[in-house]
Design a protein around this ligand. Structure first.
Ligand code: ATP
Length: 607
């Protein structure tokens, strides 16, 4: 059905492009009775599996119609569209923003006119954009927000407006010559010459020779024209009205706050009463009777959300034997973050011990399964996997207690402010090898129980006291495998003890680990304003611009390119769309450790 929809949309797109010249495109095979991929329509390229249209190239064919973006963007897997050197006219429609997968877009040498649509800047996966030799007017699109863009060519148009704050260190090709753009050119970092900017009379600063005029002084206060009495009256009465509105608003808020406080006090009292009257379950777990001592913000919310009789299960860490639920409730808590799966609090106990308490929402797992899972994870210990210290599990609330680690996460080290410190290639390779080894160990030990990590990402890799990277939150999340095709692809798995779902969750971890490798190699965020790191890397590699993916910091450090490419290859195998073709975590670990050893040898033997 989807294929038919795409086929219809493609024919419609061609109809507008060739302006009703049906004969022309009929000869090219573009008709509803055939298949664009199997029957190889002229200019259409599909993926190897022949399922998806990936590229459309219709260059120099004297097409004189318009671009029907809403039709062409129905082909959601389209990554490259080239309509260079035709005679296409009209606007570039706003709907082009729907072509979310587009990485390469070329419309050079046509007669497109009017303003460029704002949606162009929303194409977060774009790598190359060529709109040169048209009649576009209006301002430049905000393409400086597209973090993966390597090439922007827009010369010979009528574009105007002030030059944007381009970050030229990300761009390999850039040309806005022969337009009407004005203002001071940002620092081109020696990468572009005057040719990229010439022919814009009001553009100034290097690399152009014309010097920018000094900034005009702020208007002098003496020159202020006096307002007439009637103007003054209008302004002052505006202030009075605003004042009255603000006063009314605050009075309303105060009354409302007083009311909710009274109500929540009543709820608390009722919950505490329920709590003390209920029976507590027995067993080795610690029980809590005195809930009235609850004082901090965090504990109040816990009570409000219905935390009644249940138990805190303290796992095997000897230092925490004496930990009690009431210690947690009494302690001051600071919200560290609110993720997709819940919130994380930093809790400081009376004893001075600092804990990280994860409060989980929307949990699909039955209580008993969760308890079994936590005990299992506790038994399988690895020095680089942060063990849960304790957990609490009632119908309404799930809490997990870890030791607080003060040295931040891999996410922070990669994307936070680096304070002048560089996260060098050797350290990155070390983190990759350590995490791969720890994850491989956990996968092997927990394979029969089907417990994968479920949510591995750079914010879940945290540095401990010794600055060793540790995996946190192992096994907390039950992976939802939405894509049924993944499940069906993995049905052929031989291990009788493992369901296809459990097998798939391990493969999901391997994909996620591959994404962490990409983050280490590129220094880029995984998702950013529509940008998708895995897609971006795949397309750059496909275009054979591979070296462009690496973090500039690594290049300037002189990191070994061959080993970076090797690690990239491992990452690409991990993010293979077909789960069966991804290596196992043990294979990944062996490959990365070998690379790390090579790196260490090379350093030892360097003169
Ligand atoms: N034990 C810990 N000690 C110190 N900081 C931690 C600890 N565990 C996690 N963090 C940090 O606290 C922040 C919030 O963590 P949290 O797990 O709530 O968010 P998340 O991982 O982004 O989202 P989610 O896990 O819900 O998908 C993250 O930056 C994480 O690195």
């Amino acid at each position: 059905e989807e294929e038919d929809k795409v086929k219809l949309a493609l024919v419609r797109f061609m109809d507008k492009l060739a302006q009703g010249n049906a004969q022309k495109y009929f000869n090219w095979g573009w008709n509803l009775t055939s298949d664009p991929c199997i029957d190889k329509w002229f200019g259409v390229n599909c993926d190897k599996g022949f399922n998806y249209v990936r590229r459309i190239t219709l260059e120099g064919l004297n097409l004189t119609g318009t671009l029907d973006a809403s039709s062409i963007c129905t082909a959601r897997s389209l990554y490259s569209l080239s309509l260079k050197n035709n005679n296409l006219q009209g606007l570039l429609p706003e709907d082009i923003g729907k072509c979310k997968s587009l990485t390469h877009f070329y419309i050079k040498g046509n007669k497109f006119s009017g303003d460029l649509p704002d949606s162009l800047a929303g194409l977060g996966n774009l790598i190359r954009l060529d709109i040169s030799d048209n009649d576009f007017s209006g301002e430049l699109p905000n393409i400086h927000k597209i973090s993966g863009l390597i090439s922007f060519i827009a010369q010979n148009n009528n574009l105007s407006g002030e030059i944007l704050a381009f970050d030229f260190s990300n761009l390999k090709q850039f040309n806005i010559s022969n337009n009407n753009i004005w203002g001071q050119i940002p620092d081109v970092k020696g990468r572009f010459s005057a040719d990229s900017f010439s022919g814009n009379p009001r553009l100034c600063g290097p690399p152009l020779l014309n010097v920018c005029p000094p900034p005009s002084p702020p208007p002098s206060p003496h020159k202020k024209t006096k307002k007439s009495p009637s103007e003054n009256f209008v302004v002052y009465s505006g202030y009075v009205i605003l004042g009255v509105i603000l006063l009314l608003f605050f009075t309303f808020k105060v009354v409302q706050k007083y009311k909710t406080k009274k109500e929540s006090l009543a709820v608390q009292k009722q919950k505490v009463a329920e709590y003390s009257s209920s029976d507590k379950p027995g067993g080795s777990s610690i029980e809590f009777k005195n809930a009235t001592r609850i004082g901090s913000d965090y504990s109040v919310t816990s009570v409000e959300s219905g935390m009644t009789a249940s138990t805190l299960v303290v796992l095997t860490s000897p230092e925490f034997k004496a930990l009690r639920f009431e210690d947690l409730l009494r302690a001051p808590a600071e919200l560290l973050g609110r993720g997709k799966h819940g919130s994380l609090y930093k809790v400081i106990l009376d004893s001075g011990v600092v804990l990280a308490v994860k409060r989980i929402k929307d949990w699909g797992m039955p209580k008993e399964d969760f308890q079994r899972r936590m005990h299992k994870i506790d038994q399988v210990k690895h020095p680089l996997v942060l063990p849960p210290v304790a957990f609490y599990c009632s119908q309404q609330e799930k809490l997990l207690v870890y030791e607080y680690q003060q040295n931040g996460s891999l996410f922070k080290v990669l994307h936070g402010s680096r304070n002048g410190l560089t996260f060098d290639w050797g350290s990155r390779l070390n983190v990759a090898a350590s995490i791969a080894e720890a994850l491989a160990y956990m996968h092997e030990e927990l394979q029969e129980d089907g417990i994968a990590h479920g949510n591995i990402k750079s914010s879940n890799i945290i540095f401990d006291k010794k600055m060793d990277p540790c995996i946190s939150e192992y096994g907390l999340m039950v992976v939802e495998i939405q894509d049924q095709s993944i499940l069906s692809q993995t049905k052929s798995f031989k291990n009788r003890n493992l369901t296809s779902h459990a097998y798939s969750t391990f493969k999901v971890d391997i994909y996620a680990f591959g994404v962490i490798l990409l983050e280490l190699l590129t220094g880029k965020l995984v998702q950013n304003n529509g940008f998708d790191l895995a897609n971006w890397v795949n397309s750059v590699v496909r275009e054979e611009w591979t070296v462009e993916v690496f973090d500039k910091v690594l290049i300037s450090e002189g990191a070994n390119e061959e080993r970076m490419l090797n690690l990239l290859q491992i990452a690409l195998r991990c993010i293979n769309p077909s789960p069966n073709d991804r290596p196992s975590m043990s294979e990944v670990a062996v490959m990365i450790i070998t690379l790390k050893e090579e790196e260490e040898r090379s350093i030892t033997f360097e003169p």
